[in-house]
Write a protein that binds this ligand. Structure first.
Ligand code: PMP
Length: 446
């Protein structure tokens, strides 16, 4: 990629941001970046610096920045009609719903479009609680499901759950991260068995029982941690005995990002499809699309009307259709598997012998590097930025690095990013000496 067109710089923008935006709207980096341009897997800031994007705009850029197919579809629609209402027929919304319904794996699936992942999960909660006549929800420890009043109430990661005044009664189930407690040393099979027993105990308690279990197949904000394959298949059996629904939050794991599977739930395939799945982020390649897919009986359980003014707007649907078609035609799931596989191997080799790295984990282009503390993670984030690489962080204590590039990442770009990370990790190792285990700090950015 060449130089980006010249853009105006905005000195003092950070101070202006601080003066008018909420304090809890946190920004990455000591000197936050203003992104003004993107092409392929690269973005440019307002000072003309180019970055290799290993965080895909927090996973919103699923295929590539400025994908010509998406830009064309959006500008053609913008030239015809910018308008939104689900009160009129909308061909591109019906087309995307047909595609998503067929891809979902859920039989007789219905699709409802929203504008964000939060709203998608909110809709799933509305459906599940109504369908089951219960306001109890099972969620996973360390989970993240959104920022609205109800989704904050099912978010297990405490640093992302800024109020406890939820209208829902949430019970947190084991199985997300093992932590350093009694689960730490168990084999995968023993861990699954222990979590299933824990779930059984919980379900034995209530007369009516919970409406649903909601879970991210790989915890995103939680630091790209996944339970052993098959956990949700085992959960599903127990849930089914009690009529409890299973909602798979695929906001980060959907559309082939994990390489091996199109959806995260498929790593637990014996479980069959979930009753509902929710999606957002990457499907619009930066345009705001979210949604919930549910089997018809569940989707149609509402008595009254429910509508989203901007959900399914023609302009976002045009982006979604073009983006999904590109993803499927170019087998970006296969690319995520191949290039992601190389990248994770390369990062494991780079981390060998470094005390600062606790674990390199993940699948496809969803790779987490657990460091020995949040200070090391913050430092590596800064060092990578200095060398022109954007990555994310997260995890239980903010000590995980998150790598989630656009799914069209090339082998050469993977090598380039891995080399930057290797240097940054080595430097963090020599500065920190791997001594901060157990230190706690505010978690990473969603
Ligand atoms: N679910 C998961 C798994 C997420 O990672 C996020 C966003 N980080 C959300 C839901 C919320 O999505 P949004 O920010 O679009 O509301």
């Amino acid at each position: 990629p060449g130089a980006a067109p010249a853009y105006d710089t905005h000195p003092g923008l950070h101070d202006r941001h601080r003066a008018v935006m909420p304090e809890w709207l946190s920004l990455y980096y000591d000197r936050p970046i203003e992104l003004v341009h993107g092409e392929g897997r690269h973005v440019w800031d307002s000072e003309g610096r180019r970055y290799l994007d290993f965080f895909g705009g927090i996973l919103t850029t699923m295929t590539a920045h400025a994908l010509p197919e998406v830009t064309k579809a959006v500008s053609e629609q913008a030239g015809r009609l910018i308008h939104s209402s689900t009160l009129y027929l909308n061909r591109s919304m019906v087309e995307l719903a047909e595609r998503v319904s067929a891809l979902s794996g859920i039989p007789d699936a219905r699709v409802f479009f929203t504008t964000s992942g939060t709203e998608a999960n909110d809709a799933a909660l509305l459906l599940a609680t109504t369908f089951r006549g219960s306001n109890q929800i099972l969620a996973m420890r360390n989970s993240y499901h959104g920022r609205s009043f109800s989704t904050v109430g099912i978010t297990g990661n405490r640093s992302w759950s800024p109020t406890s005044l939820s209208p829902l009664q949430t019970l947190y189930v084991h199985g997300g991260v093992r932590g350093s407690g009694p689960f730490a040393e168990l084999s995968d099979a023993a861990f699954i068995e222990a979590c299933v027993e824990d779930l059984r105990d919980m379900l034995g308690q209530g007369a009516r029982g919970p409406a649903a279990l909601i879970a991210e197949p790989v915890q995103g904000v939680g630091g790209f941690t996944a339970p052993p394959d098959g956990l949700y298949a085992a959960f599903r059996e127990v849930l089914a005995e009690h009529g409890v629904l299973w909602i798979s939050d695929e906001v980060q794991t959907g559309w082939g990002r994990t390489g091996e599977h199109f959806w995260g739930w498929q790593a637990h395939a014996a479980a069959g499809p979930p009753d509902m799945l929710t999606f957002a982020k990457g499907i619009g390649n930066g345009m705001s699309i979210g949604g919930v897919v549910a089997r018809a009986e569940v989707m149609n359980c509402l008595d009254g009307n429910s509508i989203s003014t901007f959900g399914g707007s023609p302009i976002t649907m045009a982006a979604g259709n073009a983006n999904l078609a590109y993803l499927l035609e170019h087998d970006l799931q296969g690319n995520a598997r191949r290039v992601g596989g190389l990248l994770i191997e390369r990062l494991r080799a780079a981390s060998a012998g470094l005390d600062v790295v606790v674990e390199v984990r993940g699948r496809g282009l969803m790779i987490g590097i657990e460091l020995d503390g949040p200070r090391a993670a913050a430092r590596v984030l800064e060092l990578a930025r200095e060398e022109g690489l954007l990555i994310g962080k997260g995890g239980l204590t903010g000590s995980a690095l998150r790598i989630a590039p656009p799914l069209s990442l090339t082998v050469a770009e993977a090598e380039e990013g891995a080399a930057v990370l290797e240097r940054a990790l080595r430097r963090a190792e020599s500065e920190h000496g791997g001594t901060e285990r157990g230190a706690s700090e505010h978690g990473g950015r969603g």
